[in-house]
Ligand binder design. Sequence first.
Ligand SMILES: [Zn+2]
Length: 345
Amino acid sequence: MTLPVTMQAAVLAGPGDADAFTLQTVPTPQPGPGDVLVRVRACGVSYRDIVERNGTYRRDVVFPLIIGLEIAGEVAALGEGVSDLKVGDRVCSKAFSACGQCKYCRSGRETTCRRRQPTRGGYAEYCCLPQDVWVRTPDDMPFETSCALGPGAGVALNAVRDTAHVQLGDTVLVTGATGGVGLPAVQIARLAGARVIALTRSEDKREALMTAGAHEVVVMAADGGFARAVKALTDGEGADVIIDTVGSRVWNEGYDSLALHGRYAFVGQLFGEDISINPARIFFKRAQLLGVGSVSRAQLADVIAMTASGGLKPLVGKILPLAEVAEAHRLVEKAAVIGRVVVTP
Ligand SMILES: [Zn+2]
């Protein structure tokens, strides 16, 4: 394959609102040692994209910048030393690259690799990243489906199976259940044999959540309350596991909804506030508070296999051309779409 010298990309000159992107012709990146150049076919719009664009998230952010971390496409060129992929392979991304050598990488904890680098660059025709980012997908899996598997279903698998250790017969409450991690968490908890209660803010999302696999849907009250409803559904006991994709604003009600000996898994923090708790409430409840972070290559490979076999059904809400990336960001910010919003370069 001969590679074009230049490519189209949606570039951010600096932080701003959804209209801050400009479509530009820029040089096609060249793969260095260990890198893989991918022809991007689809890129999901994640919440991290929103906070990188608007300036809230500043870690390793240097403008001008091409963002986009939920990437799927075909391998277009290989850097020196890449042996486990070949040109033409279909791949999708995880949200960072790890070194593979440090003590965390060597003990199955690559998501905390000291030398991890964030994945970025999917809002372009080509994207060049270290080979560790890319995991192969089946030839018949649509790019729109595979692009968000890592940061979506992969993180949900990490939360439900590998961190909260959901067991057959557990009751699991998923907060932010229509979100990018919430929706696959509902599906995976159900596949694990749990009774799944999905929490949402709006009544009109009830049906989609039941279709996705929730046994019950709790719609948050106008004052943000939901613990009473969860208790009512669980004989007053509460949920054994909470997969919390929202963060501080559901913490008080969420902790009240947790059963004795329950596991509370923190997956997201959409707002900036702190939380507080009297430590006695943790030991009286014998609770476990768990941090969930990102997705490993093995977890991503597992959700690719679960999707290929039909067990997991990622929901694609809207597909837009890259030129309409501003509209895609507006839809994600308004939470106007259930399922992933995807742009196609
Ligand atoms: Zn490492």
